[in-house]
Ligand binder design. Structure first.
Ligand SMILES: [Zn+2]
Length: 321
């Protein structure tokens, strides 16, 4: 048996090249722009469109995980092919078309977090969805990457007709001036941003109690920890369901594999871990289709339980519905 080495493979390729007839080639200009980030799938009769807003490489340091030594975190980042000083943080929003209403779950960054994110509007256009047609926005929690897409940089509403529905406990926590005054400088910026987004539209905002159905087949589920009012969603239609995990875990290559880790941005780290394990256990046991806001696009797949945590298995990309 002949041993194939890189050198003799290359040699064969070069010999083949020399023997090939010389033919003229048309020019192939490169596009130099990204392709659209949209993925469409069905849950029962509901048509869902996952829309990619882009990615942010969030700077991290030795304090990133509160309850693990950074050497361990670095090992996990290596295993996930990530650098040690930045966490890959992709953003995927979801439109649910119930046949009667267009409902947007979280709104992306509005181009106000990183130059590498803010593609939601371009991708909406590519998906043939007019922002004016969106009836309802349902927010999972008030971190900027979930609410900034309500408005553009100049404070104009991106979805001018949409009712904005927010978790009541989230509103109560972040709109409390006592909490704002007691916050660290970093967190104060988050409070300020929320006032920028909500102050002049407060009358158009509807608060819901997590646990309630906010639209036919869209049930909210309390999932506090990441933030005090953090909420996830179940989308039900026919005999199919999808669990929308919001920020129950950030990138699964780090946090599904290490479900016990309390990230510095989880307001109540222990509660965030308990919520993560409860929801992931349920999703794994019931073999539920899940999507996570910070999972790699199209952010949709399944979770399996492993000896030490969980593993995310992405969906196979379908070109038919
Ligand atoms: Zn987030």
């Amino acid at each position: 048996m002949s041993k194939v080495t890189r050198r003799n493979l290359l040699g064969t390729a070069i010999a083949g090249l020399a023997a090939a007839p010389v033919c003229a080639r048309a020019e192939a200009p490169t596009a130099n722009t990204a392709a659209p980030g949209i993925y469409r799938y069905k849950i029962g009769s509901y048509e869902l469109t996952a829309l990619y807003d882009g990615i942010w490489y969030r700077p991290i340091n030795a304090e990133f995980i509160r309850n693990a030594p950074f050497a361990e975190v670095e090992q996990a980042l290596d295993a996930a092919f990530m650098p040690h000083d930045r966490l890959a943080t992709p953003f995927t929003t979801l439109i649910v078309n119930t046949g009667k209403r267009l409902i947007l779950l979280d709104t992306g960054t509005g181009g106000q977090i990183a130059p590498s994110a803010g593609a939601l509007q371009v991708n909406l256009a590519a998906a043939g969805i007019d922002p004016k047609e969106v009836d309802t926005i349902v927010i999972s929690h008030f971190h900027p990457d979930h609410i900034n897409g309500i408005k553009d940089k100049d404070n104009a509403l991106i979805f001018p007709r949409a009712e904005v529905m927010v978790p009541g406990p989230e509103w109560a926590y972040w709109m409390d001036d006592g909490n704002r005054n007691a916050a660290t400088a970093d967190l104060k910026a988050v409070f300020l941003n929320q006032r920028r987004i909500f102050a002049d539209i407060a009358k158009q905002v509807t608060q819901f109690e997590p646990g309630k159905e906010v639209a036919p087949g869209i049930v909210t589920i309390p999932a506090a920890g990441h933030t005090p009012g953090h909420t996830v969603f179940a989308v039900h239609s026919g005999d199919q369901s999808l669990l929308v995990l919001s920020d129950t875990a950030q990138h699964p290559a780090v946090f599904a594999r290490h479900p016990d880790w309390q990230a510095s941005f989880d307001i109540d780290g222990a509660a965030a871990v308990a919520t993560r394990k409860k929801l992931f256990d349920r999703a794994a046991a019931d073999r539920m289709l899940v999507t996570g806001y910070h999972f790699p696009f199209p952010a949709c797949g399944h979770l399996i339980k492993t000896a030490t945590g969980y593993e995310h298995v992405p969906v196979e990309w379908q070109t038919t519905l």
